[in-house]
Design a protein around this ligand. Structure first.
Ligand code: AMP
Length: 141
């Protein structure tokens, strides 16, 4: 795997504001602070994105996510929190070391986050949904 800015952060070559660390993961403030407390959680074992990540790494991430989320909640009492994880340039991934954004949301604060979620429910029927599900399920066989 090629070296990324996050491996340099893990090596201490580039400074970061650490908020949590254990043997397998590291969490630090995102430089952009889209909202107050915006944090990135990364595995120490580098993989480019979700497609290339093993399940053991995800177990470590899964164990740390609620810990870090609850620390942010206890620190700043946000009104909500989004967990966002981008894979591939088209999906807005810019650093190719797996990472999870923890983005606290504040009802009355300046919020640099935009999200569009448009339903297509009225354009797709059960038959089409069954076919889509079938094509994914086939990959597990
Ligand atoms: P993504 O677009 O999902 O790949 O997110 C990459 C994130 O890394 C962006 O939100 C950047 O603000 C953040 N980032 C880039 N360089 C640094 C850095 N040196 N320290 C902290 N966060 C960084």
């Amino acid at each position: 795997m090629s070296e990324t800015i996050f491996s340099k952060i893990l090596d201490g070559e580039i400074p970061s504001h650490k908020v949590y660390e254990d043997d397998a993961v590291y969490a630090f403030l995102d430089i952009s602070q889209v909202t107050k407390g915006h944090t990135l959680l990364i595995p120490k074992k580098a993989s480019a994105n979700i497609f290339e990540t093993d399940s053991e790494t995800m177990q470590h991430i899964g164990a740390a996510l609620p810990k870090v989320a609850n620390a942010i909640k206890a620190a700043f009492n946000p009104d909500g929190l989004n967990i966002i994880q981008n894979n591939g340039e088209y999906a807005d991934q810019s650093v190719f070391h797996l990472h999870f954004h923890l983005l606290p949301r504040y009802e009355n604060d300046i919020d640099g986050f935009g999200y569009k979620w448009e339903t297509h429910e009225d354009q797709i029927d059960d038959k089409q949904k069954a076919q889509i599900a079938k094509e994914i399920v086939a990959q597990f066989e």
